[in-house]
Ligand binder design. Sequence first.
Ligand SMILES: Cc1cc2nc3c(=O)[nH]c(=O)nc-3n(C[C@H](O)[C@H](O)[C@H](O)COP(=O)(O)OP(=O)(O)OC[C@H]3O[C@@H](n4cnc5c(N)ncnc54)[C@H](O)[C@@H]3O)c2cc1C
Ligand code: FES
Length: 234
Amino acid sequence: MAVVRSNVRIASDVYILEAEGHFAGEMGQFYMLRGWDDYPLLSRPISIHDKTEDGIRFLYRVAGYGTEKLSRLKAGDPVGLEGPFGNGFPQIEGRVALVGGGMGTAPLYYAAKRLASADAYLGFSAEAFGVEPFREAAQAVTVNVGGYIVDDFRPDGYAAVFTCGPLPMMRALAAKLDGSGIPLYVSLEKRMACGVGACLVCSCATKSGNRKVCADGPVFRAEEVELNDDFNIH
Ligand SMILES: Cc1cc2nc3c(=O)[nH]c(=O)nc-3n(C[C@H](O)[C@H](O)[C@H](O)COP(=O)(O)OP(=O)(O)OC[C@H]3O[C@@H](n4cnc5c(N)ncnc54)[C@H](O)[C@@H]3O)c2cc1C
Ligand code: FES
């Protein structure tokens, strides 16, 4: 059990929760969070948004019962944090493009901090949030509100592209990179129960057979998975 240092609303229904302590974890990994005792039964998976020597931050949107409970936590309250889980994004030599849509921008901030050279492309349907910290961590930041961030993205010169966000955005990005030879890493979401590869709730079909998004992912090479409606849980 960890202790909440702060839990601040930064946009409509969007919060940053910071817990005190030294936590393990790499870019693209996630924790299972729990801000309640018995109900709901399952903890909720949330990506590492940022990590410092003495704290860890999670950027989350209130989507339902569990995240609404998280949003009510106050400084000093206990919060259950299990993790880090998942494989995370790979370390890449060279310039990386980070392309995120909405809450999909959450794991990309820590990636911007961890990579030697990264440009951020951040798309939002109506209201931008969490953009300012990227201006410190990334070389260049492109923001699109109300349009299509993939339209603003030029693939030239990148060693790799990391993406997280709505399926149509990730599909459009995969189509744009098709034939370019630039590897695309997608961070996928499925409903999760155990978070550690034991229950199979998060299974998905890949070219190398069924894989578990929690333990084999959430990051996959785009050509390994079919970006189908299986991942459309928003
Ligand atoms: C690996 C991983 C990392 C994630 N990182 C973040 C993050 O950094 N920030 C963030 O805001 N959210 C993140 N999510 C999504 C988050 O886990 C869900 O929004 C949350 O579990 C919903 O719980 P709830 O009780 O509030 O909503 P519920 O009442 O359970 O459901 C409400 C709505 O949320 C949708 N939902 C349920 N589970 C998921 C899920 N696993 N992924 C997406 N939508 C879901 C449901 O379809 C429904 O529309 C992540 C999910 C995964 C799998
Ligand atoms: S959530 Fe249980 S195997 Fe992935």
